[in-house]
Design a protein around this ligand. Structure first.
Ligand code: B4P
Length: 192
């Protein structure tokens, strides 16, 4: 199995690049953001709980996210590998993921961090809000809160994987295809 984490602040292009990467490398796309939005759309109890956090730009509690990831794993037993998009977002989630992968006798191959200027992030998200209908995209105050939550709760995850020498930082500014090329070059090297 070959497993990747695509990491970066809200709006850094994780979702955008993941779509292309899963196709190129035949990986199962696990986006906790997409899974949570589906739960919200289906009005499940998990979705109703998650919405109250997402609307404020906060993270959904770890136990909710980890349970959801666990179930998704069970649904994809034959996967050649996973691309984790927007997960893990806390050190507790990273530890839970390590345990899940250990049970499957596999591990994370590489953590790719998309590096994007903060003002560009806010501008992309406010722009996305014009068409996405996403409650967490509409308000610039919520956007700024999401960036603060990222620095406080999610950045320590990068340090966690840096210790394990798995991290590569990629310039996430510029056009989507150029960024995809930068990501692919690193993955190809790792897969050789
Ligand atoms: P996510 O769905 O993970 O998404 P995101 O961080 O908002 O954006 P992403 O980085 O994927 O950016 P995108 O490609 O769309 O999270 C949503 C919320 O769910 C979180 O805030 C949290 O509350 C909750 N959540 C999710 N996972 C969780 C977890 N594990 N634990 C707890 N809570 C969790 O790109 C953004 C915009 O930029 C798009 O409009 C795109 O078209 C544009 N764009 C992309 N690349 C570009 C480029 N190169 N140039 C210009 N524009 C670009």
């Amino acid at each position: 199995m070959f497993n990747l984490i695509l990491f970066g602040p809200p709006g850094s292009g994780k979702g955008t690049q993941s779509e292309k990467l899963v196709e190129k490398y035949d990986l199962v796309h696990l986006s906790t953001g997409n899974l949570l939005r589906q739960e919200i759309k289906d009005k499940t109890p998990l979705g109703i709980e998650a919405k109250s956090f997402i609307d404020k730009g906060q993270l959904v509690p770890d136990e909710v996210v980890i349970g959801m990831v666990d179930s998704y794993f069970d649904l994809h037993k034959g996967a050649k590998g996973f691309l984790f998009d927007g997960f893990p977002r806390t050190v507790a989630q990273a530890k839970a993921l390590d345990n899940l992968l250990e049970l499957k006798k596999t591990e994370i191959g590489k953590v790719l961090i998309l590096d994007v200027d903060e003002e560009e992030l806010i501008s992309r998200l406010v722009n996305r809000g014009k068409t996405s209908g996403r409650s967490d995209d509409m308000d610039e105050k919520v956007q700024r809160n999401r960036q603060e939550v990222y620095k406080k709760e999610t950045l320590p995850v990068a340090a966690y994987y840096t210790k394990a020498k798995k991290v590569a930082s990629i310039n996430g500014m510029g056009n989507v295809d150029d960024i995809f090329e930068r990501l692919s070059t690193i993955i190809d090297k790792k897969m050789k």
